[in-house]
Design a protein around this ligand. Structure first.
Ligand SMILES: *Cc1c(COP(=O)(O)O)cnc(C)c1O
Length: 395
């Protein structure tokens, strides 16, 4: 067996392979350059063009571009009318923005546990976490795999709740043949560089509800009354602030990048699926780990490829396996530390040990590199390194 790089052996790769990376081509550079030569750096025609491109791609009726995925969640929460005194159910494992947005509007996150197979919200636990104060549910299509959308929808309908789907991981995914963006009341996207399509930083709120879309448009622009603004556009200084909004606008520079990126996203999605298929083929059945599942009624968007270690078959901790893979120059990561474990949440009174699936599975998780620009050699290197490391540590 070859010696681990962590113990002085030769690493599988000479240079570090990141876990995610944007793909930027000449057409992206040209698109941005043409905005830089135009009259509109922000609040111009590219914003609408990008919004229309995303609604066309997803099938949502309305899209409102904002400057981060986090801003999209904040705006969605606010537009849904969530506020102080309300509780919002959030999965115990997600990026922290999925829960922070609840705090931004003065409401209380209530964390629910995950289904063992997909690591998405467990509808049964959501049911158990409902109270008379529950107003909304944030559902996250974790790693790109759609949630149990129908089961969650049924709960929301029964209790009159709004569902905000944090689809930062799942642009392009389908659930029972339906595309992400059309599944729930409000869907939010992120265009951070590690996501499917990037605008540098950026986000979008998708909805079929014109009232929600209108509220988000005002919220991203200081809470200004946009009807008055439009009416008086040509010859008046008048404007009115009717709510406390923010400056969450996404510049035309970024929107132009988004439009040119989106045109390539189906090709990139196919590449992600091919990489996932290779990982699956090469790693499933290795007794030291489990590969992720894709349910029969879903097509995952494969934002992340998360293996789970079978720690009972390994002589060391997850942390040492992680370090050994990094030493082989494989840029593995872990998504994510449970949100209620964060210091800020501990200060708010959340205590560990209440989400048995999330907290146990978290200890086993490692994200392998996954992005469309990976070459076949990169994918092969990851497989070689994973097998090398887990075999070295197998019991
Ligand atoms: C990336 C991400 C966000 C936030 O997006 P930003 O654009 O970085 O603000 C929110 N939720 C999840 C699940 C994410 O992965």
């Amino acid at each position: 067996m070859s010696k681990l790089a962590l113990e002085g052996g030769t690493p599988v790769r000479a240079s570090m392979l990141p876990y995610a990376r944007q793909s930027i081509d000449d057409d992206d550079r040209l698109a941005v350059d043409s905005v830089l030569r135009s009259n509109w750096l922000t609040t111009g025609p590219m914003v609408k063009e990008f919004e229309e491109a995303v609604t066309q791609y997803t099938g949502a009726a309305e899209g409102v571009a904002v400057n981060t995925g986090t801003a999209a969640l904040h705006a969605a929460m606010w537009a849904a009318g969530v506020g102080p005194g309300d509780e919002v159910i959030v999965p115990a494992i997600s990026f922290v923005a999925s829960a922070n947005c609840v705090l931004y509007v003065g409401a209380t996150p209530v964390f629910a546990d995950l289904s063992l197979d997909t690591l998405n919200l467990d509808p049964d636990d959501v049911q158990r976490k409902l109270t008379s104060r529950t107003r909304a549910i944030v559902v996250v299509d974790f790693a790109g795999h759609p949630c149990d959308h129908d089961a969650l929808r049924a709960i929301a309908d029964q209790y009159g709740l709004t569902i905000i789907e944090d689809a930062a991981h799942s642009l392009g995914a389908t659930y029972q043949g339906r595309k992400v963006g059309t599944l729930q009341d409000i869907t939010t996207l992120s265009f951070h560089p590690v996501k499917h399509v990037t605008t540098g930083e950026g986000g979008m709120v998708l909805t079929d509800d014109p009232g929600v879309a209108k509220r988000v448009r005002s919220f991203r622009h200081h809470g200004i009354d946009l009807d008055l603004h439009t009416r008086n556009k040509t010859n008046s200084w008048e404007y009115d602030v009717v709510d406390l909004g923010f400056n969450y606008r996404l510049p035309d520079i970024n929107c132009a990048l988004g439009v040119s990126q989106l045109a390539k996203s189906d090709r990139w999605l196919e590449r992600r699926r091919a990489i996932a298929a290779t990982y699956h083929e090469m790693l499933h059945g290795v007794p030291m780990l489990e590969v992720p599942v894709e349910r029969a009624d879903c097509l995952s968007a494969w934002h992340l490829y998360i293996i789970r270690l079978n720690l009972e078959n390994i002589s060391v901790s997850r942390s040492l396996v992680f370090s050994a893979l990094r030493a082989e120059n494989i840029g593995v990561n872990v998504h994510y530390v449970p949100i209620p474990w964060m210091t800020h949440y501990a200060k708010l009174g959340y205590v560990r040990g209440k989400w048995p699936v999330a907290e146990r599975e978290y200890e086993r998780m490692i994200s392998l590199p996954m992005y469309p620009g990976m070459t076949d050699q990169d994918v092969a290197d990851v497989v070689t390194a994973v097998i090398k490391v887990v075999k070295n540590y197998s019991i």
